[in-house]
Each structure stands twice: as structure tokens, then as C-alpha cells.
Write a new protein. Structure first.
Length: 306
């Protein structure tokens, strides 16, 4: 999904975009980092020499930021890496409280399904909270920080207050009163906005098959299909607003899972338990569709022949 730009990054891009002085590869989102690393390895292989050593600043407080920090610290091209996060590290095996995976899950889901979709979205946001790091990965990060003689640093409860580009470096000022630091790159592991309007294939689908949205998430049918919005089912002119047959069929053949199904499945939609729950619903829907379109007509034909 669309990775949201931090305000300072958007300002920096706008300021430097006019004269093209700012190389885009110097600030990367997490999903862009691995492509860049592979390109660096290929570059080194072809030239058979070590590329320029770089200082990297990583922003984020979740498992991705911790993994990227360790990856950078292990890389021969890395001169130093600093991880900053706006809160203290949260050691947690899952990005969801354990109560959502215990015996009380059913009661929590019943309460979730009793809410309207706006309240469900608020519950999703509250239950998942911010980023967290598995305890064993956090211990590994702390161990490497202690061994790397300041080559790897972790700073908690700080944020970027200013960034400017000068002399082929990103000059970064944090809000903790520390001195300005120079970095070659900034990697953003700050999460993403789960808004289907920012994801081209689904945005295009919404134009053809409208769906009700709550903060960018679709309101699906119970079987996780692409349901029609209530406002479209009964129009203001009093007509029933029936869709063409092909659109009705298309809705019945398009299901969503994972984060897209959060308003229907609940906060654990992204975890294994939620994935299983979603798979059962989709399988039941597909089984019903197969029965109606394939098995049932054959049985009717067989009965007529008898």
C-alpha cells in the first residue's frame, strides 16, 4: 500500500525538486530498500570493488526498522547506522495484544461486530497500537549496539525536526537538542496508509464497482465480497438502483482478506488466526457459488433424464 511521506520529507522534496539537486535514492521507504541493496551488490560484483561507504539513518519503531538496522550494520558498504523512534521500544511477539488470540477472542469479536463501521475502525486502530519488536529481535539489536562501538546506535523518544540537503549529504536535526548529524541516506520504516484509493488497481476497481469506504478501508459483505454501498442500493429518486448483471456477478467473484478485510474480520485480520477466519468465509462463499453454478444445474438435468 501507499507509504505515507513524513511532513519533513514532503517539504524537502518540494524545496529541492525544482533544481533536481536531491537524488531520490537518498530517502527510501522500506519497500524500496531491498531493491537498492540488490543493486549495490550487483554493482560491487561487476566492479569487483567496495562501493562508497555510507551512513544511514533509519526511522521507525517496528520489526521492519529493527531488521533493516541489523541488515545495514552487517553490510560492507555501511559506515554507520542510527535507528530513531518516537517512543520506547515495545517488546511484543505480535502486533496485537494477546487477548485477541486467547480464549476471550470470541467475546471480543462479538463486541466488535456489534459496532457500526466507524466505531470498528477506531477499535482496529486502538487494538493494534503502534509498532512493536519481537523480544528476541530487540535483544539482538541491543547486543549489536553494544558490540559495534557506535557503528550502530538506537535513539528512543526522538523525532526529526529538520532536514536539509547540502554538499551531497542529508543534514538532520533531531528534537532532542543534539547536534546536527550528516547522513548519506534515510530509510523510512514508518508503516503505510491502508487506503485503497492510493492503490491504483483497487482505485480503478472502485470507479467501476463503488464500495463504501471508512478511512480508506472497504466495507465488505459478510463473506468478504465487494459489496455495494447502502447509498447505491436505494437511490434518492426512489428507484432500486439495480446494477447490471455483470456487475452483480463481478462483486460475487471478488473477495478481500488481510488488512482490506479489517472492518469485517476484526483487529487480527492480518495475523494467522484472522487469515484462517477469512479463508473459511471465502471458501464457504466459493463453495456456495460452485454449487449454484455447476453442481445444482447438473443435478437438475440428471433428475429430468430420470
Amino acid at each position: 500500500f501507499y507509504s505515507a511521506e513524513a511532513l519533513w520529507e514532503a517539504s524537502l522534496r518540494q524545496e529541492l525538486g525544482a533544481n533536481n539537486a536531491y537524488p531520490l535514492e537518498r530517502i527510501l521507504h522500506a519497500h524500496e530498500v531491498f531493491t537498492w541493496i540488490l543493486a549495490q551488490k550487483e554493482h560491487q560484483k561487476q566492479r569487483q570493488q567496495l562501493q562508497q561507504r555510507r551512513r544511514v539513518l533509519i526511522v521507525g519503531g517496528g520489526v521492519t526498522s529493527a531488521q533493516l538496522t541489523i541488515l545495514a550494520a552487517e553490510s560492507p558498504w555501511c559506515k554507520g547506522v542510527t535507528l530513531i523512534q518516537r517512543s520506547k521500544s515495545i517488546p511484543r511477539q505480535f502486533d496485537l495484544e494477546n487477548e485477541w488470540m486467547g480464549p476471550g477472542r470470541g467475546k471480543l469479536l462479538d463486541n466488535f461486530w456489534s459496532m457500526d463501521v466507524q466505531c470498528r475502525f477506531s477499535e482496529l486502530k486502538g487494538a493494534r497500537g503502534g509498532g512493536s519488536i519481537p523480544p528476541e529481535l530487540l535483544q539482538e539489536l541491543e547486543r549489536r549496539e553494544g558490540q559495534n562501538n557506535k557503528r550502530l546506535q538506537v535513539k528512543e523518544e526522538v523525532q526529526i525536526s529538520e532536514v536539509h540537503w547540502s554538499e551531497d549529504r542529508l543534514h538532520v536535526t533531531l528534537d532532542d537538542g543534539s547536534d546536527e548529524e550528516e547522513y548519506d541516506m534515510i530509510w523510512l520504516a514508518t508503516g503505510s496508509q491502508n487506503d485503497i484509493r492510493r492503490y491504483p488497481p483497487l482505485a480503478s476497481l472502485c470507479e467501476t464497482l463503488p464500495v463504501q469506504l471508512v478511512n480508506g478501508l472497504p466495507v465488505l459483505g459478510r463473506d468478504l465480497s465487494w459489496s455495494r454501498p447502502p447509498s447505491d442500493i436505494e437511490r434518492d429518486d426512489g428507484e432500486d438502483g439495480n446494477e447490471p448483471k455483470w456487475k452483480q456477478i463481478a462483486r460475487q467473484r471478488f473477495w478481500c482478506m488481510g488488512v482490506l478485510a479489517g472492518l469485517e474480520l476484526g483487529p487480527d485480520a492480518l495475523n494467522l488466526v484472522g487469515a484462517r477466519h477469512g479463508a473459511v468465509r471465502v471458501a464457504e462463499a466459493k463453495g456456495k457459488a460452485y454449487w449454484l453454478t455447476a453442481v445444482s444445474p447438473r443435478m437438475k438435468k440428471s433428475a429430468l433424464l430420470e
